[in-house]
Ligand binder design. Structure first.
Ligand code: NDP
Length: 483
């Protein structure tokens, strides 16, 4: 038998010369960049290089941002026709496309995700969200949400570090299309693309104060949540902080949507197309280093195919290229922060101590930066912490089932309910399983597919409300049952 020829990949680095990062940033308030008082560093998690100093917003900064947003809402944005608002959104979308390379490189430097993903997923999807919502701005009365809907006013938006620009787009685009103005806080580890987005707002000549961006940590987020001048809170992040926010807004007039954690089941039935399912499993849990709320982090395998799937999966995992996120051949980049790396290590260690069997793909991890190899645990039971808690890293827990009902019961045995995957060649089984699963998003014979037209959100501890599509738009309007 001939030995198969294999070629090494030559380095294919993206240039970082397309972005210019300032040594220090302020906040974006009332259409202008204003200096911050205190600063903290933001680093490249792949190299630990300090990229810039980010301002930490305190009470005065948040007050100024809310004031600017209120003024823009009352004097300009709420008075403007939907058609005019739509023009600005289209303009923003087009500028994001024109500057897409800049956004992709900056996102990869600040977040650690592979350039292939920031270039092909994050940035195009972010622009698509603006295009999609631009189309709704002058058609709100035809969205099936009633003819007397109104914007809330000022929306306070708090986003996480896993998809910094994309989460900004999920929040800002529907808010603006519906006629709200916003005060947005990016995550402290990943503020740079939000600050570049502020430049795009200036370039699009968006009226001053319609979008305000204050940077900072959890304390800044709490100032936004508790500010009396805010009418609506939209949050994406951990279930723990989501609960704090729910308690804080409960006695107020504020409307709230929460997009929280998940522990999705990816169920492989014995009649599935196994090779396709392997690709779906890999995409489901190793995409974006597993820093994905809807990641398929619990693989639920029918026993009759379990051995075959695990064997093929290990072979496929050995081909995942881990390393420099700026290399266009890289599949798995850096873990976003030291804290997140420690959390992944700690939870994985409980997998060992509770009796599961760990296997990690052989790979040379860089010496600087934060790295974790693609890993699977077999022999996982439902009581193991790695089957119950969100690891938010490139770690897959494998469980097995004998009957389809047992598979569904195991999939639903979680406090979360954000997403799920079903792999089967039988349409009737897919329909049956999707009706049983308690998850907001269910993919069949695919995983991690996103589209601005499609609502996204969860059941149970995965959150309240939906983002995307008409459902997401409705969360930014009064008069449709969301006040
Ligand atoms: P957090 O929920 O702590 O952070 C999300 C956002 O909320 C950030 O902007 C954060 O600020 C801000 N924030 C933190 N505390 C408060 C508060 N009391 N009031 C208002 N805003 C606040 O998530 P982490 O980033 O710390 O990640 C921890 C875990 O959360 C992850 O391991 C993962 O399991 C989960 N997670 C889930 C995500 C999802 O998409 N569902 C996304 C990210 C994380 P800052 O970061 O600046 O401190």
């Amino acid at each position: 038998m001939e030995t198969p020829v294999s070629f090494d990949y030559a380095p294919a680095p993206e240039s970082r010369a397309v972005v210019s990062i300032k040594p220090k940033y302020g906040h974006f308030i009332g259409g202008k960049f204003v200096a911050g008082s205190k600063h903290f560093p933001t680093i490249n998690p792949a190299t630990e290089e300090v990229l810039s100093q980010i301002a930490l917003a305190g009470k005065a900064d948040v007050d100024a941002a809310v004031k600017a947003a209120r003024k823009a809402y009352t004097t300009t944005w709420s008075k403007m026709s939907g058609k005019e608002r739509g023009k600005y959104l289209f303009r923003i979308a087009r500028i994001m496309q024109e500057r897409s390379r800049e956004f992709a490189v900056l996102e990869t430097l600040d977040n650690g995700k592979p350039i292939r993903e920031s270039r092909d997923v994050d940035v195009p999807l972010a622009a698509a969200h603006f295009f999609y919502h631009a189309g709704w701005a002058d058609k709100l009365e035809f969205a099936g949400l009633g003819t007397s809907t109104k914007p809330h006013g000022v929306a306070g938006q708090i986003i996480p570090w896993n998809f910094p620009l994309l989460m900004l787009a999920w929040k800002v685009a529907p808010a603006l299309a519906a006629g709200n103005t916003v005060v947005l806080k990016p995550a402290e580890n990943t503020s740079l693309t939000a600050l570049l987005f502020a430049e795009v707002c200036q370039q699009a000549e968006l009226p001053a104060g319609v979008v305000n961006i204050v940077t900072g940590d959890g304390s800044t987020g709490a100032l936004i949540v508790n500010h009396p001048g805010i009418d609506k809170i939209a949050f994406t992040g951990s279930t723990e902080v989501g609960k704090i926010i729910a308690r804080a807004v409960a006695p107020t007039h504020k409307s709230v949507t929460l997009e929280l954690g998940g522990k999705a089941a990816n169920i492989i039935f014995e009649d599935a197309a196994i090779d396709e399912a392997i690709e779906g499993i890999v995409n489901g849990v190793f995409f974006n280093q597993g820093h994905v709320c809807c990641a398929g982090s619990r693989l639920i395998l029918q026993e009759s195919v379990a051995e075959e799937v695990v064997e093929k999966l290990k072979k496929r995992m050995a081909k995942i290229r881990v390393g420099d996120p700026m290399d266009k051949n890289t599949d798995l980049g850096a873990i976003n922060s030291k804290e997140q790396l420690l959390k992944i290590r700690d939870l994985s260690a409980t997998g060992d101590t509770e009796g599961a069997e760990r296997w990690s793909a052989p790979c040379d991890l860089p010496t600087k930066g934060f790295w974790f190899p693609p890993t699977i645990f077999t022999g996982v039971t439902q009581s193991h912490r790695i089957a119950r808690e969100e690891i938010f890293g490139p770690v897959l827990s494998v469980l097995t089932f004998r009957t389809p009902q047992e598979g569904i019961d195991k999939a639903n045995n979680t406090p979360f309910g954000l997403s799920a995957g079903i792999w089967s060649e039988k349409g009737s089984r897919i329909l049956w399983a999707s009706q049983q699963l308690r998850a907001g998003v269910i993919w069949a014979n695919t995983f991690n597919k996103f589209d601005p037209t499609s609502p996204f959100g969860g059941y149970k501890e995965s959150g309240w409300g939906r983002e995307g599509g008409r459902h997401g738009l409705s969360a930014y309007l009064k008069g449709v049952g969301h006040e």
